[in-house]
Design a protein around this ligand. Structure first.
Ligand code: GLN
Length: 473
């Protein structure tokens, strides 16, 4: 499939128009999305208008930008003015945001063409898209398997060749896990690098927006466009990153790579084998491999499942039947609130709201939420200590490859465990990337995960590019 880099170059040089590229994308979606269900909404009119605007700039001899004419899928928890935004939930039924997320505005300013909104687990809570109120998405490598989640629709849209790029959000692994399941590059930037203005909040101390792409260089290009300070998001950092596209060509000579036992133990044998192979590719390219253990990472899952639900219970209080979407009428306001939330939220969202409210309640706060915050500090300290010895960490993205529909629905804990290796970086606020590194014997993609210290995401691109070149051989 054509990469974003290639397509933008073709559009800028007039080899293909943005409108033609868009129609190819719509044709591919028409041909197969009834089966895969990557998209919840296609913005035919808005996309055609955006593509025409790009073509007009090219015709006038101007430069529409580094993503000229690149069709992009947008996870349906990112706002686009006047376009339905559901978060995969019935509670936002009929809501059309009056504003556009900064990341989408930046993409469009760089010439990209948002084609529509992609499917997700309700409010980004889940690991398979089975929690979407509108039905799951399917893995294009095997339609009997889940694509991962919560940004499953975005992963499917890229893996099926509908679009070269899609945006997702990652609170505990929701970009990296579906990227691993679908054979894509998935990147979660360090906390504060990408604006969340217009991202519907799940867990505000963890959420980050990032790209799904087919190449590491494309992930760098997209991040360069969407990243950087945004005055509309007070958590976005003022200082800029290094040139990430340039970092892709830097190589790994002299880089110290920590092969982390606690990002491998519990993973399927064939995944462990692929990670070891990835380490040997890096070693052959001049990196030094250091075996290490960071047992604190094991505490991540339990801390996350207190902190994320606690923040979600607060963030989701705004869906009261008054301000957004659905309202179920009752005789008074309190009864209307209850009826609306009962009808509008699905079982997993309700479970998280109850867990979070309980963890925050007087008398339990110290024992649960307080403990979880202390654990979060321990994990961050342990990672900081590891990064005095190594430059990056290497491990598995997921314990298994893509699983079947229904396999983990009955037992939420088994579903939560699929984020065992991705969650620690969100708690620490660091960047991490999943790079596809071969397939299982059954032909399902395997992802290798690279972790870096906060705001040294350039190293992820250095390592990712070498792995990508190494696996192709
Ligand atoms: N699967 C995790 C959860 O259910 C992470 C989700 C995410 O990163 N948005 O919370």
């Amino acid at each position: 499939m054509t990469t974003a880099h290639e397509l933008a170059a073709q559009v800028r040089s007039g080899q293909i128009s943005a409108s033609e590229a868009l129609e190819h994308s719509f044709a591919a979606i028409d041909a197969r999305d009834h089966e895969l269900h990557a998209f919840l909404y296609l913005d035919h009119d808005g996309a055609r208008k955006a593509a025409k605007a790009v073509d007009a700039v090219v015709a006038a001899g101007g430069d529409p930008g580094p993503l000229a004419g690149v069709p992009i899928g947008i996870k349906d928890n990112l706002a686009m003015r006047g376009v339905p935004t559901t978060c995969g939930s019935k509670i936002l039924d009929g809501w059309k945001p009056p504003y556009t997320a900064t990341v989408v505005e930046r993409l469009v300013a760089a010439g990209a063409v948002p084609v529509g909104k992609t499917n997700l687990d309700e409010f980004a809570m889940g690991s398979s898209t089975e929690n979407s109120a509108f039905g799951p998405s399917r893995n294009p490598h095997d339609v009997t398997k889940v694509p991962g989640g919560s940004s499953g629709g975005s992963a499917v849209a890229v893996a099926a060749g509908f679009v070269p790029v899609a945006l997702g959000s990652d609170t505990g692994g929701s970009i990296r896990q579906p990227a691993a399941f679908c054979g894509l590059v998935g990147y979660k930037p360090s906390y504060g690098h990408v604006s969340r203005y217009g991202l519907v909040a799940f867990s505000s101390s963890l959420d980050q927006v990032g790209p799904f792409t087919t190449t590491v260089a494309d992930a760098a290009l997209v991040t360069q466009v969407i990243g950087g300070h945004d005055p509309a998001d007070s958590t976005s950092m003022p200082d800029a990153y290094e040139d990430l596209v340039a970092a892709c060509g830097r190589g790994v000579k002299g880089l110290k790579v920590g092969l982390c036992r606690d990002l491998l133990d519990g993973a399927d044998a064939e995944i462990v084998e692929r990670v070891r192979l990835a380490a040997s590719v890096l070693e052959a390219a001049g990196a030094e491999i250091v075996d290490l253990a960071i047992p604190e990472l094991r505490l991540g899952l339990s801390a996350y499942y207190l902190i994320a639900p606690a923040e979600a219970s607060s963030n989701l209080a705004r869906y009261d039947g008054v301000r957004f979407g659905l309202r179920v009428e009752r005789e008074d306001v309190a009864a209307m609130n209850v009826a609306t939330r009962t009808a509008g939220f699905g079982p997993e969202v309700k479970r998280r709201i109850m867990l979070g409210t309980y963890a925050l309640s007087a008398g339990y706060y110290d024992a649960y939420y307080g403990q979880a915050q202390k654990t979060r500090r321990l994990i961050t300290n342990a990672l900081d200590a590891a990064y005095t010895k190594v430059d990056v960490l290497l491990g598995a993205t997921t314990p298994t490859t893509a699983f079947g529909f229904g396999d983990k629905v009955a037992d939420p804990m088994s579903m939560y465990l699929s984020d065992l290796f991705t969650i620690p970086t969100n708690l620490a606020g660091h960047g991490a990337m999943s790079v596809p590194f071969g397939n299982s014997a059954a032909g399902m993609p395997i992802g290798v995960q690279i972790l870096s210290p906060g705001r040294r995401d350039d190293r992820l691109f250095q390592v990712g590019a070498v792995l990508e070149a190494g696996v192709a051989k």
